[in-house]
Design a protein around this ligand. Structure first.
Ligand SMILES: *Cc1c(COP(=O)(O)O)cnc(C)c1O
Length: 417
């Protein structure tokens, strides 16, 4: 259990945050006690990512998925260069969403042949850089076909492209839907045959399809369903392709448990389904390499955010731990990054794991807004100024997904341990 010790039986609890070992009062990050790590980092707040947990997650995933299936890391989840370098050594490819991410991906040593670039608003310069780099571009509009034709003409470098399809279905029960209905992402499935004809006329090097229907799903049935529908749609669209499909990215959407009552995703049925799709694809699309792309699932559980308690205030009976970190560093833990109803991330006092538990404690940041709430009325080990508050499940969409300039505090540091 995280530090939500002895909850009432009927209340949902957080999934156990047992990925990190402990030593007495101290949480261990990459084997190092948290207090010592904080001393090594030199100041709080900081994000810490555990290298061995990243490796372990990829190994577990490989064991659950059919061999031969390619695993890509969607680096927007955590673009820290050291993390991307580590991941590049573990996965088969990197998915980037901007020229800035492309630079980090290329620096990481990832094979350009295995880097792909998606995003609804790619600038001319970004496309030109991508073509020169020799990476795969996931086309998301007719405009991109014309731009790439022009870039190819001007540079003499041939553009490698796949079509990002806005499917006619969505990932059910997901945290964020990114396909189905009207969307800014991809090209509507019904327009894809026309787009494929344009790609053929422009003499771009067509490689295949990219389908991404949603994010943060904890329902294996929903993921299986989306993968089956994605595959079926790709088969139908392949009939219109100017050349055989060599690349088929079926998306991802694997979630991690953030909130009370959520459980870790069971991969068994997802792995079995992908194996089935792979068998069918060997017949139907014999040249196609199957890919899934994951961000959050690969890195989210391996990271924590650490802030120091500055003050302990009691307001009309309610305990507030005021920390040096807050929503400006960790927007999603404050509940302001796409959540409809604010819920608590799992939180611990990472250097007081054996202290008595007190209930109804709120963890807040230093900002002058009531939105700066990192934990609302939680059961936590008793903490005093100087102690270290840990927010688990912070390896994805943390540091770079937060408004760090808000109120002019210093940015959080990041370490890979
Ligand atoms: C954001 C994104 C991902 C990663 O999503 P996660 O939920 O972090 O796994 C993958 N593919 C595309 C196209 C994305 O936009």
């Amino acid at each position: 259990m995280s530090n939500e010790a002895q909850p009432a039986r009927s209340l949902p609890t957080h999934a156990p945050m047992d990925q990190f070992a402990r030593q007495g009062d101290e949480l261990l990050i990459g084997g190092m006690p948290l207090s010592r790590l904080a001393a090594r980092v030199g100041r709080t707040p900081f994000y810490a990512y555990d290298r061995s947990l990243l490796s372990q997650r990829v190994a577990e995933l490989r064991a659950a998925l059919p061999s031969g299936l390619k695993l890509h890391y969607a680096m927007k989840a955590n673009p820290m260069p050291a993390v991307v370098c580590h991941m590049a050594g573990l996965v088969d490819g990197i998915d980037v969403a901007s020229a800035g991410e492309l630079r980090v991906a290329l620096d990481s040593g990832a094979d350009p042949a295995e880097i792909s670039f998606a995003g609804p608003g790619k600038r001319h310069e970004e496309l030109a850089q991508a073509v020169a780099a020799g990476i795969l571009i996931n086309i998301e509009s007719f405009r991109e076909v014309s731009l790439l034709a022009e870039i190819t003409r001007d540079s003499g470098y041939r553009a490698r492209v796949a079509v990002r399809v806005n499917p006619d279905f969505e990932l059910k029960h997901s945290g964020m839907k990114m396909g189905g209905g009207p969307k800014q992402f991809g090209v509507d499935a019904e327009q894809v045959p026309e787009l494929l004809a344009a790609i053929g006329r422009a003499e771009l090097d067509f490689e295949g399809f990219h389908l991404f229907s949603g994010s943060q799903s904890l329902k294996p049935e929903a993921i299986v369903d989306a993968q089956c529908q994605s595959y079926a749609l790709a088969l139908r669209l392949a009939e219109h392709a100017p050349s055989p499909v060599r690349f088929l990215n079926l998306g991802g959407g694997f979630g991690i448990p953030y909130f009370p009552g959520e459980q870790r995703l069971d991969l068994a049925s997802i792995g079995a389904n992908l194996a089935q799709i792979q068998r069918e694809a060997r017949e139907a699309l014999p040249q196609a390499e199957l890919v899934i792309e994951l961000g959050r699932y690969l890195v989210g559980e391996a990271g924590i955010y650490v802030a120091r308690v500055l003050d302990r205030k009691v307001s009309r009976g309610q305990v507030y731990l005021v920390t040096d970190g807050g929503l400006h560093h960790h927007l999603s833990a404050s509940g302001n990054f796409g959540q409809v109803i604010r819920k608590n991330y799992p939180v611990a006092i990472g250097n007081r794991l054996e202290a008595p538990v007190e209930s109804g404690v709120s963890v807040v940041g230093p900002l002058c807004t009531p939105l700066d709430l990192l934990g609302d009325k939680m059961n936590l080990n008793e903490a005093q100024p100087g102690d270290l508050v840990v927010i688990y499940q912070s390896g994805a969409y943390g540091h770079t997904a937060s408004p760090q300039a808000f109120l002019g505090h210093e940015a959080a540091l990041e370490v890979l341990v």
